[in-house]
Design a binder for this molecule. Structure first.
Ligand code: HEC
Length: 153
């Protein structure tokens, strides 16, 4: 039994070291058409969304450690594919409107920012006032605040 544990541990250590050599696609491509939005909106997007939805990802130190790095790089690449604020201004206005609707939907349902991200970045969690700012920007709806919406349900 002792021997199995010892070789098992050794195998684990060697495998862990081995996977560090697998290359991970961690890039920050050029920012070509960064989103133009009111400063209060921009601040929220920057602090809660830009790490996965822009080309200005702040890669944390643990994003260099496999296998965590694989999951993070996957999230960033998939996130950028669906929504990239760094090329927002190049999108047709119809596409922007569609994305704004999705942005509000994801935030309203607490789907975004991703829960795994909030675990490591508690400040990224959006409170009611911040959600309200995004709602007004994304839906153009000024008087409809969240508390009011809740009371209607
Ligand atoms: C940790 C990375 C991460 C963060 C932070 C993050 N997202 Fe995402 N987002 C993703 C990934 C990955 C997807 C694609 C998979 C999915 O839909 O769950 C996605 C999908 C989306 C979509 C759906 C796009 C589509 O076309 O279906 C929207 C909208 C979105 N995110 C908005 C946001 C907003 C707004 C924020 C900030 C408040 C945010 N996300 C923060 C990773 C992230």
């Amino acid at each position: 039994m002792g021997r199995i544990l010892k070789y098992g541990f050794l195998f684990f250590v060697i495998a862990f070291i081995g996977i560090q050599f697998i290359e991970v696609d961690k890039t920050n491509p050029e920012v070509t058409a960064d989103i133009q939005a009111p400063p209060e909106v921009k601040r929220i997007l920057r602090s809660s969304c830009y790490d996965c939805h822009s080309n200005e990802t702040r890669w944390p130190f643990y994003s260099s450690i496999a296998p965590i790095s694989w999951f993070i790089a996957d999230d960033v690449n998939e996130g950028r594919e669906k929504l990239n604020f760094s090329n927002w201004e190049k999108l047709y206005s119809e596409k922007q409107d569609e994305l704004k609707r999705k942005i509000w939907k994801e935030i309203n349902e607490d789907e975004m920012p991703m829960s795994t991200y909030i675990y490591m970045h508690p400040d990224a969690k959006l409170g009611l006032p911040q959600k309200d700012i995004i709602k007004k920007w994304a839906t153009g709806n000024d008087f409809f605040n969240l508390d009011f919406q809740k009371r209607l349900k």
